[in-house]
Design a protein around this ligand. Structure first.
Ligand SMILES: C[S@@+](CC[C@H](N)C(=O)[O-])C[C@H]1O[C@@H](n2cnc3c(N)ncnc32)[C@H](O)[C@@H]1O
Ligand SMILES: [Zn+2]
Length: 274
């Protein structure tokens, strides 16, 4: 969808264009930037280069492969044709979903993340854009996913087909507990259930699953894990430095996976009184 006039964009050669002739070139790395200045609040929005680099290195070692597999299994099981991955980052999960669907779009506000994502899989339509104005037309998507990313529920409702799905992954209560215990004096447990209340007015909960396992981290992997999370700047520097001296670290990964389905609207026709 054209971010300026909201008409449909068509791809011709290497340019996306709408009927009002707003046009957006596909960069040579293979992504399109639809994050127009009208919707921008910062010059370099989203995750920093450091956190994206750390996430790429950490995920490449396979520590979250069980989650990647769980996500692709859900996509396959529900026979999804079109996916929009919101806050796709550098595309670790998006790229894995793509072979199982006809059309796969990844959107992220961080240009540096999308540039990296575009190198991994040319079959995905990679977009720099914002969750506040999703870059697709109304009722055009079967499944929106958001893994550890923003949940723009109004926009998800707009772009989803009538009985479309929303796949949400968020940290479960004890996710990375040992790491957080080392970094902070007090650990606040994650509260994944809070998401349920946000979705309740518009969606039915179809499935929920907790995925939990232990990971053994080398010192480098631990450093990357810290750097890819907000703990990198939230933790006190001395605690972070002490933890980063450790040569081996065992930690529990615990993910909460929710699959929601758009609730059908039942219009009640009230019998007239006379
Ligand atoms: C924790 S990362 C998760 C990335 C990816 N889903 C993953 O799990 O590897 C959150 C991502 O959301 C993106 N993000 C933050 N605010 C956003 C917004 N308003 N619209 C789109 N993406 C956003 C960030 O740039 C970042 O890449
Ligand atoms: Zn336009």
């Amino acid at each position: 969808m054209c971010p300026v006039c909201r008409h449909q964009l068509h791809l011709s050669e290497q340019t996306w264009q709408c009927e009002q002739k707003h046009s957006f070139d596909v960069a040579k790395q293979g992504y399109v930037n639809l994050h127009v200045v009208q919707h921008k609040h910062s010059k370099t929005p989203g995750d920093t280069v450091e956190s994206v680099t750390a996430r790429r290195a950490f995920l490449a070692e396979g520590h979250y492969a069980p989650l990647q597999q769980a996500v692709t299994e859900i996509i396959t099981k529900h026979k999804i044709n079109s996916v929009l991955d919101i806050g796709c980052g550098e595309g670790y999960y998006t790229s894995a979903m793509q072979p199982n669907v006809k059309q796969c779009i990844g959107v992220d506000i961080a240009k540096n993340a999308v540039q990296r994502a575009a190198k991994t899989n040319r079959e995905v339509t990679w977009v720099v854009g914002t969750g506040a104005v999703l870059p697709v037309m109304d009722s055009s998507i079967d499944l929106c996913s958001s893994l550890f990313s923003p949940l723009p529920i109004d926009e998800m409702c707009r772009v989803l087909q009538d009985d479309g799905y929303c796949l949400v992954v968020t940290p479960a209560k004890n996710h990375l507990y040992a790491m957080r215990e080392a970094l902070f004096e007090q650990v606040t447990l994650h509260e994944p259930d809070k998401i349920l209340a946000q979705f309740e007015p518009y969606f039915d909960l179809v499935k929920q699953q907790q995925l939990e396992y232990t990971i053994n981290l080398t010192q480098d992997a631990l450093k990357n894990l810290i750097a890819m999370t907000p703990y990198a700047y939230k933790a006190k520097l001395d605690r972070r430095c002490t933890l980063e001296q450790v040569e081996q670290f065992e930690v529990t990964a615990s993910f909460q996976i929710y699959l929601f389905q758009r609730r059908k609207l039942h219009l009640e026709i009230c019998p007239s009184k006379d």
